[in-house]
Design a protein around this ligand. Structure first.
Ligand code: BG6
Length: 492
């Protein structure tokens, strides 16, 4: 299958935090790929900004390193790489002062009629200063858009303050709050699966669905980000954004169209219908864990506290939550959510577990009849599996087997799976906000999370330890098993 590439309108993108981890690992490689596919117009420019004193040549060298390190060798075409690097320029700027803004203005010269994008890939405490600086230095044109990376605050109050600061300079229609999970192919496929097929929607409710599981498991630890991570923890780092967005896409009503506000209105309704969890109820419906030394990816790994160098930290590296949505469609259907670092494998998936059949006509010799399950695998090995009961082939009696109707996207489509950032950055150029979070969504997610964090803060117990390389604390297994259900590991 051939992907269709439509060149976008001319634009300039300015990356604050241009020498940082996100720019090097994700943004520069993503823009290179889009250029390689012919999607960037000849005029498009990429400006790196950070406090570091670098020349444009040094920034281009950093861009080259980033492409060589993060793009597959087969996708590196030397001539095209040089062409891409020629788009890069650099401005050293300290957002807290008035130093360096002229250099940025110079880098943007001649581009006032184009789409202009400011990507804030810095620590969030700089967002306010950066947007104020952009306004003060008259860098905001009518076609300017701003991309804001997570974390958007650490609780509802700080998220509101950040949103207010950004909102002073940009209207909501120009603010793109990124959640890179929404740019993942399979996440968008969730919408295709639900709303481009007649098969599932009639069954997509409490009458036919027993429960839903959403797992985002990582085998890696905190990878040199312990400083940031210790201020966040799994709840803020993964659940407040990625997992709650997945929950919204599974649970929302069909929007009338893919138009940004239609989709976001429906997601917001889900967030507002979440059963509040506070105090004792929050402690009963959640489990916090912290990894201890163990084995991961075949080698011995230290525990979180050793990695952090602070034996007193109570930051959770694992969280499991039993969430409920109080509306007609979902009343009584638990959504079990879990995410953690240093788990047994890297797997992100959504399992929609249907109710069992009401009556078996087959008798005991046929074996157990398992309920149907739809497993949407986000990564790795993206695909969809629909688990069905069939007759075990062969002569003899009627024996039944549970087997998946299995669609692996890699096998079904012979195309490279683009990184989420490729899709999302280009959506900003096109002015499409569908896959970005609106202010009210972010704040509604915090409004649900805050009381849980309060309950944890007030609890006497620290997070429960789990050995690195396992599926988290045994209490997380008990959380679901006391409801007579079990986590499906790796889609099985
Ligand atoms: C980020 C988190 O948002 O998502 C990281 O801050 C996490 O801690 C990452 O590792 C996971 O993203 P992905 O795309 O690798 O699943």
């Amino acid at each position: 299958m051939v992907t269709r590439v439509i060149t976008v309108t001319p634009f300039d993108i300015v990356v604050f935090g241009g020498t940082g981890d996100l720019a090097r690992r994700k943004l520069i490689p993503a823009l290179y790929h889009r250029d390689l596919d012919g999607q960037l117009p000849a005029e498009a420019r990429i400006v790196g900004v950070s406090r570091r004193e670098l020349s444009t040549d040094e920034f281009r060298a950093l861009g080259r390193e980033s492409v060589l390190a993060h793009v597959k060798p087969a996708d590196i075409e030397p001539g095209r790489l040089e062409g891409f690097l020629a788009r890069l320029s650099y401005a050293a700027l300290d957002a807290a002062t008035d130093i360096g803004w002229e250099a940025l203005a110079k880098a943007l010269e001649g581009g006032s009629g184009r789409v202009r994008i400011f990507y804030l890939a810095t620590a969030p405490d700089l967002f306010g200063e950066i947007v104020a600086g952009l306004a003060r230095h008259r860098l905001v044109t009518p076609k300017t858009r701003v991309i804001v990376e997570k974390p958007i605050g650490t609780d509802l109050a700080s998220a509101r303050a950040l949103n207010d600061a950004i909102g002073k300079v940009f209207p909501e229609t120009s603010i793109y709050r990124i959640d890179h999970y929404l740019g993942k192919e399979t996440v968008q496929n969730l919408m295709a699966l639900r709303f481009a097929n007649a098969l599932f929607e009639p069954l997509w409710n409490a009458a036919h669905i027993d429960h839903v599981q959403i797992t985002v498991a990582e085998s890696l630890g905190v990878e040199g980000r312990a400083g940031y991570y210790d201020t966040a923890g799994a709840m803020r780092d993964m659940v407040q954004n990625h997992i709650m967005q997945l929950l919204c896409l599974v649970a929302m009503e069909p929007p009338p169209s893919m138009d940004a506000d239609s989709v976001r209105d429906e997601k917001l309704k889900v967030l507002k219908a979440l059963k509040p969890l506070a105090e004792g109820a929050a402690l009963a419906a959640t489990v916090r864990g912290q990894y201890r030394a163990g084995a991961s990816s075949g080698g011995a790994v230290p525990g979180y506290l050793e990695e952090l160098g602070d034996p007193g930290s109570r930051t959770e590296t694992f969280v499991a939550v039993k969430a409920e949505i109080e509306n007609w469609r979902w009343a009584g259907v638990p959504f079990y959510l879990r995410s953690g670092k240093r788990l047994a494998s890297r797997v992100s998936e959504i399992v929609v577990a249907f109710r069992p059949i009401p009556h078996s006509i087959f008798g005991a010799a046929a074996g157990a009849i398992d309920a149907n399950r739809l497993v949407i695998r986000l990564q790795p090995d993206e695909g969809v599996k629909l688990w069905l009961m069939i007759k075990d082939p062969g002569p003899g009696g009627m024996r039944l087997a549970h087997v998946p109707l299995d669609m692996s996207f890699a096998t079904a489509f012979d195309v490279r799976n683009p990184d989420a950032y490729e899709r999302l950055v280009l959506d900003v150029v096109r002015g499409n906000q569908t896959l970005f979070m609106r202010r009210d969504e972010v704040e509604a997610a915090w409004a649900w999370i805050d009381p849980i964090l309060d309950a944890w803060r007030n609890a006497a117990d620290p997070p429960r330890g789990y050995t690195a390389g396992t599926w988290g604390p045994s209490a997380a297994i008990a959380l679901i098993e006391r409801d007579g259900r079990t986590w499906y590991e790796d889609g099985e």
